[in-house]
Design a protein around this ligand. Structure first.
Ligand code: S3P
Length: 449
């Protein structure tokens, strides 16, 4: 995953029905947060089921560079010895987050609120992504930006204050990363730090802060109660604890849609987190007529999880409302693939945030659809996909732009299109779903290097 790694083209071909069971890797959002709160806690944090993808390993390395003891005990089992709020040390070198937007932005919140100085950098994808959205509130909290690349990008250097200034901040975009960066900086503020969001976004930071002993209150906010007002009492003592990471619904999405579109398939996906702020894709697929059963619902690590039994289904086009976007923000590439196999038109509304992901995902998805013979258009911030209920032509080579989810989405398309689909570079799949290839092959999928 170094910046200059060779591209790894991959080709997925249509084949027989997919069958079997799998457990997707640990949730990426929760894995990053476990490392970060482990660093800020006093004592030991033991993590089970950590996603050992490159993104999270970068966050683990950054936690270590800032003073934590970080040790791998076994597969997915990690021990973090924290330094406590105020106990961080200056890292020796640059914190290289490679492809990891979440890790870098959350850690900017940590560093921005503590008396340390650190330089953040990343790969060609991260160097294009906007960081002003994080730096703006941090500067109000007392962070100094010593150096930054043009337009508020990495590489950039932050120096945090002795104590952060508690603020009330209304996020300008529905972004859990902005919310989380402000709350993490607020951990070292004497007083209440408040974040107001117009649309509720994933709440893993709030939940995990409580698990580690912080006082966090959450109220509904705004019209229809879609927003949230989150208040954190600053300078708590965070205590190391046990964290069990449930399976990532954003990774589950790929085998799930594959099972829906490859005729005759039946696949069970185990232990998938069902946090309602993450299940927008399942809601949408059910509306499209997908056969998805939620089995064995249970609690794991403070979240509801379920096994999903998925059978190949005839899908129909639907209208996906913009207010659902935060609950499925990472799932639009794979939803667009599902829509290409559906009968009728699927309109996905309000996708402006997709333009600032690991790639411009709106453009990358549209381009990939076009190369594989799928009728579609972009109208403002909406993506419109027309399907005729049959398998699309396929046969295209898709540019992934260092984006793991573009790579996985179009490989899934290739398992069911009329002709094979190639992605120009599958290397980034290792950032979030390192076992994707063996997992899909074990189900019967044909994917070749
Ligand atoms: C994430 C938040 C989302 C999401 C990302 C993970 C998080 O980003 O796309 O993959 O863990 O907080 P935004 O906050 O930019 O929407």
């Amino acid at each position: 995953m170094s910046h200059d790694s060779e591209p790894q083209p991959l080709t997925a071909s249509p084949g027989a029905a997919l069958r079997g069971a799998l457990r997707p890797p640990g949730d990426k959002s929760i894995s990053h947060r476990a490392m970060i709160l482990g660093l800020l806690a006093i004592g030991e944090t033991r993590v089970e089921g950590l996603l050992e993808g490159d993104d999270v390993l970068r966050t683990a390395a950054a936690a270590k560079a800032l003073g934590a003891g970080v040790e791998r005990l076994g597969e997915g089992r990690w021990l973090v010895r924290g330094v406590g709020i105020g106990g961080l040390s200056d890292p020796d070198g640059t914190l290289d987050f490679a492809n990891a937007g979440t890790g870098s932005r959350l850690m900017m919140g940590v560093v921005g609120g503590q008396p340390v100085t650190a330089t953040f950098d990343g790969d060609a994808s991260l160097r294009k992504r906007p960081m002003r959205r994080i730096l703006d509130p941090l500067v109000r909290m007392g962070t100094q930006v010593l150096d930054e690349a043009e337009g508020g990008r990495v590489p950039l250097t932050l120096r945090g204050p002795r104590e952060a200034i508690p603020i009330t901040y209304e996020t300008p975009a529905a972004s859990a990363q902005i919310k989380s960066a402000v709350l993490l900086a607020g951990l070292n503020a004497p007083g209440i730090t408040t974040v107001i969001e117009r649309e509720a976004t994933r709440d893993h930071t709030e939940r995990m802060l409580r698990l580690f002993g912080a006082e966090v209150s959450v109220e509904r906010h705004g019209e229809g109660g879609h927003g949230r007002r989150i208040a954190l009492a600053g300078q708590p003592t965070l205590r190391g604890t046990d964290v069990v990471v449930p399976a990532d619904p954003s990774s589950a999405a790929f085998p799930l849609v594959a099972a829906l579109i490859v005729p005759g398939s039946e696949v069970t996906i185990q232990g998938v987190m069902m946090n309602p702020l993450r299940t927008g894709l399942i809601t949408t697929l059910l509306e499209m007529g997908a056969d998805i059963e939620r089995l064995r619902e249970r609690e794991e690590g403070g979240e509801t999880v379920a096994d999903l039994r998925v059978r190949a289904s005839r899908l129909r086009g639907v209208d996906v409302p913009p207010e659902r976007a935060p609950a499925m923000i990472d799932e639009y590439p794979i939803l667009a693939v599902a829509a290409a196999f559906a009968q009728g038109t699927t309109r996905m509304r309000g996708l402006h945030e997709l333009r600032v992901k690991e790639s411009d995902r709106l453009a990358a998805v549209a381009d990939g659809l076009g190369r594989n013979g799928v009728a579609h258009l972009i109208e403002g911030d909406d993506l419109v996909v027309h399907g005729d209920g049959g398998a699309p032509r396929g046969g295209g080579t898709v540019a992934t732009h260092l984006d793991h989810r573009i790579a996985m989405a179009f490989l899934v398309m290739g398992l069911a299109a009329r002709e094979a689909v190639t992605v120009d570079d599958g290397a980034m799949i290792a950032t979030s779903f390192p076992s994707f290839l063996p997992t899909m092959r074990a189900l019967g999928g044909i994917i070749r290097a």
